[in-house]
Design a protein around this ligand. Structure first.
Ligand code: DC
Length: 243
């Protein structure tokens, strides 16, 4: 039997604007917003002592997969509850959103077992959703009702990420140890980090970031937030035949 809910899947590189667009669409359409990267970030943070060695992380993920599905889903409960908007878990977000956590997440996301754990948790969701990440249009929901590939040039993405981190750090209770000094400094640091992560995400053998032929490509380099959101909203309305 087919799916009983609608899926809008959005892929794209780091800081392309896909998360902002996904959040906007979810709010407008009253769908659930699922940021699939957060599952990898959570996994990375949970096993941060062992993340240097991806094969150890892979083995830990295999142990989790040996448990019943409900246990795998339970492992990600704080992330899932955040998406279900149970605000008591919102405090886990600031530290997961740092670029240093993202680097580790990118690294461990090359482990097939880690990916399987994340996908199991995501597939437990059974309501209308907007999901963004790297493989949501290709692996998680290849049958999505709308598939989008959001991109932007490296300079633009680095500026966005730097600004996001500065805002987040100044508005949160993150300690100095959570955010390395370099991460609070130069634009070049962000350019380098984004180039490195693009390369890791696009060249890995498992679920690399690729744009499927049937996705609609949107380049947001020259768009501000509201232009980008409105542009994508129009595309979605046509695709879903609404409003
Ligand atoms: O979207 P993000 O920046 O929060 O993702 C962090 C890392 O997690 C990203 O560099 C690669 C990995 N990731 C992935 O492999 N597949 C996804 N669907 C989402 C994220």
């Amino acid at each position: 039997m087919g799916r009983m809910f609608r899926v809008i899947a959005i892929d794209g590189p780091a800081s392309s604007g896909k998360g902002t667009v996904a959040a906007f669409l979810a709010k407008e359409l009253q769908y659930m917003h699922v940021d699939s990267g957060l599952f990898y970030r959570y996994f990375a943070r949970f096993y941060k002592e062992t993340c240097e060695d991806t094969s150890v992380v892979g083995a830990l993920a295999a142990q989790l997969l040996a448990q019943p599905t409900a246990e795998v889903v339970k492992f990600f409960e704080p992330v899932l509850e955040f998406f279900y908007q149970k605000s008591d878990h919102a405090h886990i977000i600031p530290v997961l959103k740092t670029e240093s956590c993202a680097q580790v997440a990118s690294k461990i996301s090359t482990e097939p077992n880690v990916r399987q754990c994340v996908n199991t948790a995501i597939r437990s969701i059974d309501k209308n959703l907007v999901i963004d990440g790297r493989d949501t249009t290709t692996v998680i929901f290849p049958d999505a009702d709308v598939k989008l590939f959001i991109t932007a040039n490296v300079q633009t993405r680095a500026k966005r990420r730097m600004w996001e981190d500065e805002t987040r750090i100044s508005h949160s209770t993150l300690g100095k140890n959570d955010v390395p000094a370099t991460e609070r400094s130069t634009l070049q640091h962000y350019v380098d980090a984004i180039v490195k992560r693009d390369q890791q995400d696009a060249t890995r053998s498992v679920a690399p970031l690729i744009c499927p032929e049937d996705a609609i490509v949107v380049d947001t380099s020259e768009m501000n937030t509201s232009q980008m959101c409105e542009h994508v909203m129009q595309i979605v309305k046509v695709r879903l035949n609404i409003g």
